[in-house]
Design a protein around this ligand. Structure first.
Ligand code: SAM
Length: 502
């Protein structure tokens, strides 16, 4: 891992052949809401890579680069949780970078830097990185920037480095693309962003009202309408649907581009998408007959109508993509986010039904060992436990050797079913309010901003907070006694939202 001084920007600017000034102006005019994304955190990439039997560099000493980092919202959690890591975020938009720098100095962070830099200008003098995060950029830039992103991954990834690149995926994105085409057509004569957004919103409302339920495009219209409910929806609509560049790819096209840069597809940041069993036994059987893993992935996208990919990418090295077994479970930690549905469970008959939040379907535990694993993690109050800790607890339930021999495979199956989440480290949030509560520094800083409505939780999620919670959060520096803080209810709520470290 080499660390080099910053290069002379002027020198690089003159060497670059092409510029994407329209994109810079657009993001300067309407900055993107800079959120954390759990799936594009370096620590999550490390966890999935470990499961894939790779040897990712420990975050404690890693160099992390984010390309197109906007206001830094996705990079701050890494810098704060891993103070020995070194983080660099670059973005074309000086307005967004200024925002990121203001947060950095307010939080007095010494291990994170932001630079208003065109991806075209990041060269080998920046050294190598153990993680390169590129979320929401690849599809939204011209071809020459896309090429450069892959060149950066080729030249600036350390030998064990892993990149995470997201892109709009075909065939699923095609229907959303049709909605975008309508919005682009409807707004094409407006130069002003605010006007374009207003026009796009009114068109979407019309489509939502009049496009029949049975029309092919209906679900894409509904999905686009959901953008209205996001915080900062204007900026999202502008950059998601109305930017000049927005190109979806078939997975095989993306993989071809990787190969041309001596890069290799390793797997997916969304663990359950790597398990074809989730598509049903018949589809799984057919897909398993396709021996070429890249081709198989392509057909998975066809069958599942995949719309977006979170691709993990590394240097070529003969690793088969997406190979997961129980060998690497021992160095990972597991948590669950599901809850038991008492009304549907029948403990006497050994039937336990759980709710999978956000998915809207129930999950029925298939075996007693499975139930014991889930119940162990529910009792851990969403904290992540190591495999051996879970095994120790489960083994006290009186299972025989045969039942316990199924334990590792059952853990893996629960991960594939999106019932368990996998982590590279134990949870750093507390589940009990302490005598002198301390909040996650990032959340406390965000709460200190005017009009704060959301903060980042310790599991890297955008977390809505009420005015009362903001007021208390601001005070939680670990020095004020609990009694002096006022509402216990608010403290309990902040704790349940995974915002307290002590
Ligand atoms: C859709 S936003 C995504 C922001 C962030 N990664 C996220 O997921 O929230 C795309 C970002 O890429 C940046 N960007 C686009 N072209 C770029 C380039 N050539 N060099 C650096 N950043 C660029 C934009 O300024 C913008 O902040």
């Amino acid at each position: 891992m080499s660390k080099s001084p910053r290069p002379d920007k002027q020198k690089n600017a003159s060497a670059s052949p092409a510029r994407d000034t329209a994109t810079q102006e657009s993001y300067d005019d309407k900055p993107y809401p800079s959120y954390p994304y759990p799936l594009s955190q370096a620590e999550h990439v490390a966890a999935i890579a470990t499961l894939l039997k790779l040897k990712p560099v420990p975050l404690e000493k890693a160099r992390v680069l984010e390309l197109g980092c906007a206001g830094g919202g996705n990079l701050f959690p890494t810098a704060i949780k891993y103070p020995q890591s070194t983080c660099l975020g670059i973005d074309l938009s000086p307005v967004q970078i200024r925002e990121a720098e203001q947060h950095t100095s307010a939080m007095k962070l010494g291990n994170i830097k932001f630079e208003a830099l065109d991806i075209m200008d990041l060269d080998s003098s920046y050294g190598t990185f153990d993680y390169i995060i590129c979320h929401g950029v690849f599809s939204w830039v011209p071809d020459f920037v896309r090429e450069r992103i892959l060149e950066i991954c080729e030249k600036n990834l350390s030998p064990r480095g892993i990149a995470m690149i997201t892109f709009n995926t075909l065939p699923g994105w095609a229907s959303l693309g049709a909605v975008r085409d309508m919005m682009m057509r409807h707004t094409r004569q407006s130069q002003d962003n605010a006007k374009k957004i207003a026009q796009a919103k009114s068109l979407l409302s019309l489509l939502y009202k009049f496009v029949p339920e049975k029309a092919n495009i209906r679900s894409a219209v509904v999905q686009a309408m959901e953008s209205f409910n996001r915080p900062n929806s204007d900026s999202y609509i502008l950059h998601e649907y109305l930017e000049h560049n927005n190109k979806p790819f078939f997975f095989e096209e993306f993989n071809d581009a990787l190969t041309q840069h001596n890069l290799q597809y390793l797997g997916d940041s969304v663990l359950d998408k790597m398990f074809t069993g989730n598509l049903g036994a018949e589809a799984d059987g057919l897909l398993s007959q396709i021996k070429d893993p890249i081709k198989r992935e392509q057909y998975v996208d066809f069958i599942s109508n995949r719309q977006f990919r979170w691709a993990l990418v590394g240097k070529q090295g003969g690793q088969k993509p997406g190979v997961i077994d129980t060998d690497s479970l021992g160095s990972l930690y597991f948590s669950t986010h599901i809850e038991r549905v008492e009304a549907k469970s029948d403990p006497e008959k050994g039937v336990f039904v759980y709710a999978l939040p956000g998915v809207g379907i129930d999950y029925t535990s298939l075996t007693p060992v499975m139930t014991a694993i889930i119940e162990t993690l529910i009792a851990a109050k969403k904290r992540a436990l190591s495999l051996s800790d879970i095994r120790d607890i489960v083994s006290t339930c009186g299972f025989d050797d045969h039942a316990m021999s199924l334990f590792p495979n059952t853990v893996l199956l629960l991960c594939f079913h999106a019932v368990l989440d996998v982590h590279i480290a134990p949870s750093c949030f507390t589940t009990e309010v302490s005598q002198k509560p301390k909040a996650f520094d990032l959340a406390r800083h965000q709460a200190s901003q005017a009009d704060c409505t959301w903060v980042t939780s310790l599991d890297n999620k955008v977390t809505a907070v009420s005015a009362d919670e903001v007021a208390i959060l601001r005070q939680l520096d670990g020095t004020t006694p609990r009694e002096a803080l006022g509402s216990d209810l608010v403290l309990e709520s902040l704790c349940a939202k995974k915002l307290l470290v002590g």
